[in-house]
Design a protein around this ligand. Structure first.
Ligand SMILES: Nc1ncnc2c1ncn2[C@@H]1O[C@H](COP(=O)(O)OP(=O)(O)OP(=O)(O)O)[C@@H](O)[C@H]1O
Ligand SMILES: [Mg+2]
Length: 374
């Protein structure tokens, strides 16, 4: 029988072994335990596509739950504050006080002092807003625990700013609240650059997710393979590790594809790994490179395609400008934008290199007329 493939190359899917993020997770746990002032209670996670932002949010949520906190998890976008106010917080309240509605009705029909008072108060209450709802929830909880709100795919948005300022108020009032948001570097920069961005967000602890070390990748591949009752030779494992280039998404893709290439054989060989890496490269093109390119402006794309004219990096700025037919200061502006977006990085004087593994190869294979569009 074919054993189940343990690897999970899917966006937002927690890997069989999450490696290289122990510091973040430990710091966050300590922050929840430590008290209201702990800086990691407000964290902004950034990283390119496929570096594990969503998976880290899941991990932070697990930490909070294990500490007895209530977790409200949302993706940024239209009406996020509305969803929190009118759905997520009331739902959490219902979970905490399952008999709340019933007890109110009984209280009223009994006509006891408490029930009646409560009803009168409710009639005079203003329309609930996010802040009042949060207060209600926090009041219903045991005082040692708190509420974690996570927001994925954060970007400039009025709701996020309002959310930030409300949480800031709650913290000032001594409430146990935590906030972790994740987004692409360019989106987070844009958010923080907005004049309305609250100091709350600007002061957040920044966690940048990059590639993971070779030793960590080795673990992330070896452990699930052996738990899945298969083996891999050291030589094959080293080739698989190299094939991932430390890129978190590639760990899962290479693992999955090498396992699949073994077709039920007990040992995953170098040959299986070689096929697996080739397949993983193709998949990462569809899953990561194509959407990453779609995030960029046509001019940014042209710049990258001009870089990919070099079969091997780094690329010289002078060559890129010449290929684009622009002057060096114009090319320099795009260089800065792409460095800010973390798609490229400086690589010695007057040179740049791609940060995303295999993007150069992808562009060399796929740079078609529509991508070139200026
Ligand atoms: N530290 C890690 N160790 C092993 N695998 C990981 C790690 N981080 C992420 N992965 C794997 O990488 C893939 C991508 O993770 P995730 O969806 O969290 O990325 P992301 O940064 O949210 O991407 P996007 O910006 O496109 O939303 C998943 O398959 C996940 O299991
Ligand atoms: Mg994500």
């Amino acid at each position: 029988m074919l054993a189940v493939n343990p690897f999970t190359p899917g966006f937002g899917v927690t890997p069989p072994l999450l490696v290289g993020r122990e510091h973040e997770i430990d710091d966050f746990r300590v922050a929840l335990q430590e008290g209201i002032g702990a800086i990691e209670r407000i964290t902004l996670v950034t990283g390119l596509r496929g570096t594990g932002k969503t998976v880290m949010l899941n991990a932070y949520e697990d930490v909070a739950k294990s500490e007895g906190w209530v977790v409200l998890s949302e993706t940024a976008g239209r009406g996020v504050l509305n969803r929190l106010t009118h759905t997520a917080v009331p739902e959490a309240l219902r979970m905490l006080e399952p008999n709340q509605t019933q007890s109110r009705i009984t209280g009223l029909s009994v006509g006891g002092g408490f029930g009646a008072q409560r009803q009168v108060k409710e009639l005079n209450e203003p329309e609930p807003n996010f802040r009042s709802r949060m207060n209600q929830l926090l009041d219903a909880m045991s005082p040692e625990t708190g509420v974690l709100i996570t927001i994925d795919e954060i970007h400039r948005d009025d709701d996020i700013e309002l959310l930030g300022s409300t949480l800031q108020h709650l913290r000032r009032e001594g409430r146990h609240v935590a906030f972790v948001a994740a987004g692409l570097p360019s989106m987070v920069q844009d958010l923080l650059a907005s004049t309305h961005a609250s100091t709350f967000l600007r002061r957040a602890d920044r966690r940048h997710l990059g590639s993971v070390s070779e030793d960590d990748v080795r673990q992330a591949l070896r452990v699930p393979i052996s738990h899945g009752d298969r083996t891999i030779s050291d030589h094959a494992l080293s080739a698989a590790v190299a094939g991932t280039q430390g890129y978190p998404f590639m760990i899962q893709l290479v693992g999955q594809q090498a396992w699949r290439a073994a077709h039920g054989e007990h040992e995953i060989s170098s040959d299986h790994v070689e096929r697996g890496v080739a397949q993983a490269q193709r998949k990462i093109g569809q899953l990561v490179h194509a959407p990453a390119m779609a995030d960029l402006s046509p001019t940014d794309r042209s710049f990258l395609i001009a870089m990919a004219d070099d079969a091997q990096g780094p690329s010289r700025m002078a060559d890129i400008a010449a290929r684009l037919g622009v002057n060096s200061s114009y090319a320099g502006q795009y260089r800065m934008r792409l460095i800010d977006a973390e798609v490229i990085e400086p690589a010695g004087y007057g040179k740049v290199e791609f940060t995303i593994p295999y993007l150069r190869q992808y562009l060399r294979e796929h740079a078609t007329a529509d991508l070139r569009h200026f």
